[in-house]
Ligand binder design. Structure first.
Ligand code: NAD
Length: 246
């Protein structure tokens, strides 16, 4: 149970983040939803409040330091603590490296990697004071395998795993754990963008034979956030149907 724990989940207005927020709420956590989608985040909040009435949503672009600072400050004013941070917001700007524009590289780094550094840094102080914290980054199988056409995305996701290990070492003595969940091929808006040929090619590489659901990722996150995972830090849980075995 996560009763009364305060959990920030980024990118929680849709896709995997929304389902993670729902799962943590179902287990008793109070949720702070963060997203750049103004209308959908309110829809998500309405849904979450049925499970956990004491929850909030703040519209924020995670790549903007002022937006994130304001959202974390509002969370601390409202709840006085942050127990769980799930860094889930992520984007793709696919291109072959030969053709990749500086802007495509920068934007993916800002949203998928730099934002995680800032948010993690901001919650560490209250977590260290409370001598409790669970930080979970959503990475990707491609951070381990590489993927043609996704040099920017892969670099950001692989970077997150190294970052998680470093922070895990820095804060372990304060009872704060830092881990990653690396999804494989999960059915969301991000993967709906793929054409049917690309989708078939990926499915053929999955031993369990089907795409994953956002719930499969959410269950791994909820486990890492729970008391049962207290002795796990600096790790990555792969949720990929056997597509890659680390
Ligand atoms: P999605 O596109 O369905 O949802 C992404 C969420 O992030 C949305 O709520 C969006 O509003 C939010 N977001 C995007 N940019 C933002 C910004 N600048 N500020 C705040 N919020 C922002 O994607 P998804 O498939 O649910 O992916 C969620 C995470 O899982 C991502 O980090 C993604 O890289 C990772 N992932 C997904 C898959 C998959 O198969 N879907 C596989 C591996 C990893």
């Amino acid at each position: 149970m996560l009763k009364d724990r305060v959990a920030i989940v980024t990118g929680s207005s849709s896709g995997i983040g929304r389902v993670i927020a729902r799962e943590l709420a179902r287990r008793g956590a109070r949720l702070v939803l963060l997203s750049n989608e103004s209308i959908r985040i309110l829809e998500a909040l309405e849904e979450i409040r049925h499970l956990s009435p004491d929850s909030e949503a703040y519209e924020a672009d995670v790549s903007s330091r002022p937006c994130v600072t304001e959202a974390v400050n509002l969370t601390l004013e409202r709840f006085g603590r942050v127990d769980i941070l799930v860094n889930n917001a992520g984007i793709t700007r696919d291109n072959l490296v030969m053709r990749m524009k500086e802007e495509e590289w920068q934007r993916v780094m800002e949203v998928n990697l730099h934002s995680v550094f800032r948010l993690t840094q901001m919650v560490l102080r209250p977590m260290m004071k409370a001598r409790y914290g669970r930080i979970i980054h959503i990475t990707s199988v491609v951070g381990h395998t590489g993927n043609a056409g996704q040099g920017n995305y892969v670099a950001a996701k692989a970077g997150l795993e190294g970052f998680a290990k470093s922070v895990a070492l820095e804060v372990a003595s304060r009872n704060i754990t830092v881990n990653c969940v690396a999804p494989g091929f999960i059915r969301t808006a991000m993967t709906d963008k793929l054409n049917s040929k690309a989708r078939e090619a990926i499915l053929a590489r999955i031993p369990l034979g089907v795409a994953g659901e956002p719930e499969d990722v959410a269950h791994a996150v909820a486990f890492l956030a729970s008391a049962e995972a207290r002795y796990i830090t600096g790790e990555t849980i792969h949720v990929n149907g056997g597509m890659y075995m680390g």
